[in-house]
Every structure is written in structure tokens, then in C-alpha cells.
Design a protein around this ligand. Structure first.
Ligand code: ZN
Length: 242
């Protein structure tokens, strides 16, 4: 059983199509979605539709919540806010209803999904430091919690003695008695200096997890964004992955 774990699509359909191809190529049986289908990018309806049609388990992101009036857009910086308001205007009733219905936390077979942090799911706090990660291990029960939100892939493990460390590289073998807090990165707006779309692949039979990167046509998304009148800096940052 292989599970593709996808987060922070941010209305970037070109990146999402590339990821979907990769997910099929890798033979994933199931797709889990960790939030933020919309915001920033030019294609909120098809990206939300994709989640509705393809994801087996899903949770809300802060941009999803803001686009349907469940989180105050004033809490975002001005470019993000402008893009959220534009995204909100484009939503069709069915995509808007779906985003409104998303839970903050979901659990399936020992896997917890939450967009920002298991400690305070509705506060949209970032897990940036090892200390942030360590604290959060107390707020989920199973062996694995997947998050998104920072758009930076990172794998943190807790060993049998409770010692927490960042797992280097882009893959890990799941060890007995260990627990994992994993940020799967962002499909539609990576911020780790690599512009390629990012997602996670959990191979339950092999007991392995890996971060996957997929090149996509960045200029195609940038062109759509500018055509839609979205802020230029949001288009520019896609080239840098920042
Ligand atoms: Zn996001």
C-alpha cells in the first residue's frame, strides 16, 4: 500500500498535474491531502475539484479556511490576502462547500493529518524549529503525523527514548517504536530553494517514506497568474522556490 501525501497546492494546476502524473508513475494506491488547495495561484476550482475527486483523506489549510470566510483574511500579508480574496471570488458553490466542510484534523490507520500543527490546529502556528516539533509530538497518538503549512519538507523522528532529531536526506526507513512528524512540502509554492513541486510518498509495506520532487512548467503558471491580475511577487517567487 503506497500513499501519496500532498499539501499546499495553492491553486497551481500545472504543478498539480505534474504531481498527479508522478503519483501514478510511482503506483500510489491512495492520496492524502494536508490542506491549502487554494490561495496564491490562478486555478482554485480545478485544484479543489482534484482534491474532491482524488484524495481519500483531507484536512483544511489556512488559505482554504480564509477563502470561505472561516479564518480572517486580515491575518495574512497583503499579497497573500489579495490572492485569497481573488481565489474566493472564483469559487463555485460546490468547491466552496467542500472547502467549508474540511475538518482541521483527520486520523486514518495510525496516521494523523493536520495542516499547521497538531498542538493548535486552528491557530495555524508554524513548526519551524526542532523544539516546535518536539512539543508537537505530545499532541498526536499514532506513529506518524503529516503536516504542511511552511512549504518546507522536513522529517523529524522521535526514538524509543523520546529523543527528537531531524532525519537528513529525502527518505527514511520507519523504525519500530519510533514516531515521526513529517512536513511533506508544497506542490504549488515550494519555499526550500527548490522550485520543483514537492510531495511525500509513504510505502507502508516497505516501511519507508520519501520526499518526491517533480519539475513542472513554472512559466506557464506565472503567465496564468499575471493574466488573472495576481500580485507579481507571488509569480516571481515560484522561479526561486522561495
Ligand atoms: Zn500553504
Amino acid at each position: 500500500m503506497k500513499i501519496a501525501v500532498v499539501s499546499d497546492i495553492h491553486s497551481n494546476l500545472v504543478a498539480l498535474d505534474a504531481v498527479h502524473e508522478a503519483v501514478n508513475r510511482l503506483g500510489a494506491d491512495s492520496i492524502y491531502f494536508v490542506g491549502d488547495a487554494v490561495g496564491y495561484g490562478p486555478d482554485p476550482n480545478p485544484c479543489t475539484r482534484w482534491v474532491m475527486d482524488n484524495a481519500e483523506v483531507f484536512v483544511a489549510g489556512n488559505h482554504d479556511a480564509a477563502a470561505v470566510g472561516l479564518t480572517d483574511p486580515e491575518s495574512f500579508n497583503s499579497y497573500a490576502r489579495e490572492a485569497i480574496l481573488w481565489n474566493a471570488q472564483q469559487l463555485k458553490p460546490e468547491t466552496s462547500d467542500f472547502l467549508s466542510s474540511l475538518p482541521l484534523v483527520e486520523e486514518r490507520d495510525g496516521i494523523t493529518l493536520v495542516h499547521a500543527s497538531p498542538r493548535l490546529p486552528d491557530a495555524w502556528e508554524y513548526i519551524f524549529t526542532l523544539w516546535d516539533a518536539e512539543v508537537n509530538f505530545s499532541y498526536f497518538e499514532g506513529p506518524i503525523c503529516f503536516v504542511g503549512h511552511s512549504h518546507q519538507p522536513v522529517m523529524v523522528s522521535m526514538d524509543v527514548n523520546g529523543a527528537v532529531s531531524v532525519v537528513p536526506g529525502d527518505s527514511l526507513i520507519i523504525e519500530d517504536g519510533f514516531r515521526y512528524l513529517i512536513n511533506v512540502g508544497s506542490v504549488g509554492q515550494p519555499r526550500d530553494g527548490n522550485p520543483a513541486a514537492c510531495f511525500g510518498l509513504l510505502d507502508r509495506d516497505a516501511g519507508a517514506f520519501s520526499i518526491q520532487r517533480v519539475e513542472y512548467d513554472v512559466p506557464a503558471t506565472q503567465e496564468k497568474m499575471l493574466k488573472a491580475g495576481l500580485p507579481q511577487p507571488l509569480a516571481d517567487r515560484l522561479s526561486e522556490g522561495r
